[in-house]
Design a protein around this ligand. Structure first.
Ligand code: CU
Length: 261
């Protein structure tokens, strides 16, 4: 009897260990599938506007969560995920949000070389969000502002004029008489010369008002050599412009900026 119990006990133990290693390997497989789906979605140029997509996998069932801008992107995301090996089923929880108003800017440095992009999105609660993806810049803090003309003539970018300032205020968030609607503060560029950051500007819009980035003569975003002290009028002692990008209205297109995920 005791032997039988021992045998049964041992058998049960082996069974449990077997289950555990099976579930561990299932988890590894699921993680591999998740990574493969993410990579495939990121590489699909038709899905270039996907930014807030979350992928999870359980027992080979892939869930897609997040917000996309059209039914077509929702469908294409599912189709793309389904094509990944090991995927049993795709659970498509993607929400379709009304097409957002967007604009973009492609930056050049003072030599005219491309140094990155800004994707600009109207926020549902007011203001705009800038998603900046920049490279080949000097590391450290740099003042960044929207200037009042859409003209980035190198090398000094003086063509972009002053800060965009529809309310006639002084410069800087820390200035009691501030601030310019176009004041965006500072960005910090890493030691590798890149930065991927989002900034919001509550006073700006892409809609047709006097605070719009889309206006006759245009607007531009300028990055300066130094840090903006956020109080010295008119430009925060931030030094000379080192990069400039003209802001242009953009419909959502599949060839839009391919954001990092
Ligand atoms: Cu500036």
């Amino acid at each position: 009897m005791r032997t039988l119990i021992t045998v049964l006990g041992l058998g049960f133990l082996m069974f449990s260990v077997g289950c555990e290693s099976q579930s561990a390997s299932r988890q590894v497989k699921d993680a591999t599938i998740t990574a493969a789906v993410k990579t495939k979605l990121a590489r699909d140029v038709r899905l270039a506007t996907l930014t807030n997509l979350d992928v999870t996998t359980e027992n080979g069932n892939v869930s897609l969560n997040g917000t996309v801008e059209s039914e077509e992107v929702k469908r294409l995301s599912e189709e793309t995920a389904r094509g990944v090996s090991g995927v049993a089923r795709v659970i498509n929880n993607l929400q379709v949000a009304p097409k957002a108003d967007t604009a973009k800017a492609h930056f050049i440095d003072s030599a005219g070389h491309a140094v990155g992009t800004a994707l600009i999105t109207e926020q549902s609660g007011g203001g705009v969000r800038f998603h900046l993806t920049l490279d080949k810049l000097p590391s450290g803090f740099h003042g960044i502002h929207v200037h009042e003309k859409g003209d980035c003539t190198k090398p000094d970018f003086k063509s972009a004029g002053k800060h965009f300032n529809p309310e006639g205020k002084q410069h800087g968030a820390e200035n009691p008489k501030g601030f310019h609607a176009g004041d965006l503060g500072n960005i910090e560029v890493g030691s590798d010369g890149t930065v991927d950051v989002e900034l919001t500007a509550p006073q700006l819009t892409l809609k047709a008002t006097d605070h719009s980035l889309i206006r006759p003569g245009g607007t531009a975003i300028i990055i300066h050599a130094g840090r903006d002290d956020q109080k010295s009028d008119p430009s925060g002692n931030s030094g000379n412009p080192i990069a400039c990008g003209v802001i242009e209205k953009a419909a959502f297109t599949y060839s839009a900026i391919h954001t990092t995920r």
